[in-house]
Design a protein around this ligand. Sequence first.
Ligand SMILES: C[S@@+](CC[C@H](N)C(=O)[O-])C[C@H]1O[C@@H](n2cnc3c(N)ncnc32)[C@H](O)[C@@H]1O
Length: 282
Amino acid sequence: MYNLFNKAAKAYDQSGVEFFRPIGRRLVEFSGIPAGASVLDVGAGRGAALFPAAAAVGASGEVIGIDISEEMVKYAQADAAEFGLTQVGLRVMNGQRPEFEAARFDAVIGSCSLFIWVKGPDDVRPYFELLRPGGRFATAAPSFFSTARGKWALFPEIVNELLMPYMLQSLKQSGAYDSQFANAGANWLITAESIEKTLADAGFVDIEVVEEELPVVVKSGEQWVEFTYTTGMRGMWERIEENERRQVIAEVSRRLDTLRDESGVITVPVPIVYMRASAPKA
Ligand SMILES: C[S@@+](CC[C@H](N)C(=O)[O-])C[C@H]1O[C@@H](n2cnc3c(N)ncnc32)[C@H](O)[C@@H]1O
């Protein structure tokens, strides 16, 4: 996982296809972070949620981004300096064991990150502990509501059956996602109710879960494949033998190209789930 994101860091979210940034913006809007707040962004990556959070808290607030990948932190740090954002700090840290004192933050967020390692209430509790009473927790993840029906949320319908076996194989080989993804029944993200229960069991109140479709727009099937290489899906491609991979990519591109509209672009709706909750007021 660590190697995957370190390798992806430079090109991450820079493919020209809007994906992580609109999700990060929406998450910050949904989280309701107020001006002046102190925010922790876990698995901050290149800053898709970090920079909108910095705008929301303003110069009097503070946003600390942590990521396990030194490369991600390096690039996000450079961007923060370039944008002149003095309220932003970045650190290399394992988000599973954040090293901050209890009740340190007004809000803890994580866009398309926490779902990678959170498997149940025990994994969410560290974020609960970091919040002051009444503090806000908000996170976004690809929606898994459709996995029970054998559909991978990030794949366009037209290539789902083709790519699903490769994805499952890759997840098993990497061991990183194990039952979380491959076994839909064990996944806490499988329904709004299982998400609510997980957050409630971690101690949160006022839990809200919404699923929204993000229209991902690409110019060609080839561009969609390039885009997947700049995300966590890269791991799937890398585990396919080279010749076979070339064939699969050609077939994926061909199928997606049939979806072009009159203006020549392909729009793939990707379901994203946003959740927010609060620590009880003292
Ligand atoms: C899919 S990216 C999302 C990044 C960013 N939040 C965004 O929305 O663009 C997931 C991020 O989580 C980071 N990550 C993975 N495992 C982590 C861990 N245990 N602790 C902290 N960060 C981690 C990766 O390095 C990567 O930057």
